[in-house]
Design a protein around this ligand. Sequence first.
Ligand SMILES: Nc1ncnc2c1ncn2[C@@H]1O[C@H](COP(=O)(O)OP(=O)(O)O)[C@@H](O)[C@H]1O
Ligand SMILES: [Mg+2]
Length: 245
Amino acid sequence: MVQTDSTPSIMPQVIISARKLTQSIQLQQKKLSIFENLNLEIYAGEQVAITGRSGSGKSTLLGILATLDQASSGELYVQGEAVHVLNEEQRALVRLKHIGFVFQSFQLLPSLTALENVMLPLRLQADFHYAKAEQKALALLKKVGLERQSSQTPKVLSGGEQQRVAIARALISDPQIIFADEPTGNLDGDTAEEIEQLLFQLNRELGTTLVLVTHDPALAAQCQRHYELKDGALFEHATRIEARL
Ligand SMILES: Nc1ncnc2c1ncn2[C@@H]1O[C@H](COP(=O)(O)OP(=O)(O)O)[C@@H](O)[C@H]1O
Ligand SMILES: [Mg+2]
């Protein structure tokens, strides 16, 4: 457990804590180090941007922070719970409870309708209740502006609409944290802007934490904190004071 006993209650709540995270991949002959000994704390409600050149390890890091993948070594705590000691099945339960993930390539199941895609994560819950799940998914589709498209399959939806479905899916289990890996990377300029604003609006409205990988420096500057991943290490950028307010 993370030591919280001595933390005064006015301190912002740490929601993700990463200690000495190291990721390396064994390629045929040699070991490729992606990053080493990263430390990062993410607080409840904030927006954190992670930037870096292509291949710098952003997706790898986000996948580990979101418990989708496991680091080679190091510790990861989600809401104080040690995740690095859990197996895949146990990590899936942590994700279901705390985490939503939005991918660059949407990752919707093509044979399911928008509504069914949004409901899908809830099917893992022990107390899954179809009618309740359907009602919740419909409310979320409405929230992202897709009420009328609920029975469409992804192939008839535009890229922006597919990403809205994916955002609704990420929100279905009331996660405290949303991770988004270049969520606008496959969208045109105007649509990208709409999706960005939607993510920020939901972060404010629902009080969720947003951890965003982006190529866009202007978008990173809108976040309260901005880290750059470079040469396997994280560097914190100074952010505008307005973004912190
Ligand atoms: N499974 C893998 N096997 C081999 N190399 C990988 C694998 N996953 C990622 N990499 C390499 O690790 C580095 C970081 O990848 P990635 O996290 O996708 O970077 P980014 O998201 O910043 O573009 C890249 O050099 C990539 O080629
Ligand atoms: Mg990437």
